[in-house]
Design a binder for this molecule. Structure first.
Ligand SMILES: Cc1cc2nc3c(=O)[nH]c(=O)nc-3n(C[C@H](O)[C@H](O)[C@H](O)COP(=O)(O)OP(=O)(O)OC[C@H]3O[C@@H](n4cnc5c(N)ncnc54)[C@H](O)[C@@H]3O)c2cc1C
Length: 253
């Protein structure tokens, strides 16, 4: 059985970033980043629009976007001179009906207080600024004049994943699944296995595990593979306090 200090299940934007920032913040232990489909064709990251905005209604979301924006602006310092995610800083326009104007104004106030470049626009401003759009039924809008726009999320994920691998993170192609033995014995063994088309199953143990396997397949009784989140996350199920053994193919790509 191979041992790692940390295993991360799912290596798209969240998993790759988790590995990268663990290293960047000084974590010296061994890290395995496990991905079942390195083409990423079904991942939310590859399917996403790649939009980034600071127009949110909670401080947490605004801060998260601020963090992402700083990274995108410092891309070359962080990942080297060729790093590029095609960021188009062309703003987000949030539209409101008459009834929603108070909420729009309240959100804009919060955003501006946290440094966002949000402006409120009335119908006349909107028609002048965006003459190619119809604003019928729109009473007001908020527009992020800078620090908002869109980028290539697939490119962004590749940059972060490669940077994590360069920092001595093991990238492993395998699908981590909950094994029948675990299902039968529940918390007694917490064993799991991974299927790989080209290699046999092997087991891995780690005192810490993170799940970043996406949101597209929520856990169901009928689909044990989608129970990874419940199995791995101590917050989602009662933990016996033991280290969970995982499984992965013995040879790495
Ligand atoms: C159509 C669409 C548009 C979006 N637009 C935006 C946007 O404009 N702006 C924005 O900020 N967000 C957007 N999002 C949301 C954003 O894409 C997601 O929040 C983000 O990509 C989630 O990343 P993730 O790494 O958590 O999940 P994912 O990208 O889904 O990655 C999960 C990974 O885990 C792997 N995996 C799953 N199960 C296992 C397993 N058992 N073993 C091993 N690997 C496994 C999968 O193969 C996958 O690669 C959009 C999402 C969609 C679907």
């Amino acid at each position: 059985m191979r041992s790692y200090d940390v295993v991360i299940i799912g290596a798209a934007i969240v998993g790759s970033s988790t590995a990268y920032y663990l290293r960047k913040n000084g974590f010296k232990g061994s890290i395995a980043l496990i991905e079942k489909d390195p083409s990423y064709k079904q991942s939310c990251t590859a399917l996403s629009w790649g939009g980034i905005r600071r127009q949110f209604s909670t401080p947490e979301n605004i801060r998260l976007s601020e963090f992402g924006l700083k990274l995108i602006r410092n891309l070359k310092q962080e990942f080297g001179p060729d790093a590029d995610v095609g960021f188009k800083e062309q703003g987000y326009l949030v539209l409101a009906s008459e009834a929603s104007v108070p909420v729009l104004e309240e959100n804009a106030k919060l955003q501006i207080s946290m440094g966002a470049d949000t402006v409120l626009l009335g119908p006349t401003d909107l028609e002048k600024r965006f003459p190619y759009m119809s604003f019928e039924g729109i009473a007001a809008a908020s527009f992020g004049q800078s620090g908002e726009g869109w980028f290539d999320p697939y490119q962004f994920m590749n940059l972060i994943r490669k940077a994590a691998i360069a920092k001595d993170v093991d990238f492993i192609t395998a699908e981590v699944t909950v094994s029948m033995s675990w299902i039968a014995r529940r918390q007694l063994t917490r064993s799991a296995k991974a299927h790989s088309p080209s290699t046999s199953t092997a087991f891995i143990s780690a005192p810490k595990a993170a799940t970043s396997s996406g949101a597209l397949r929520p856990p169901t009784r009928k689909n044990p593979r989608s129970r990874i989140g419940r199995w791995i996350s101590p917050g989602l199920r009662k933990s016996s306090g033991r280290s969970p053994p995982l499984a992965f193919p013995p040879s790495r790509p």
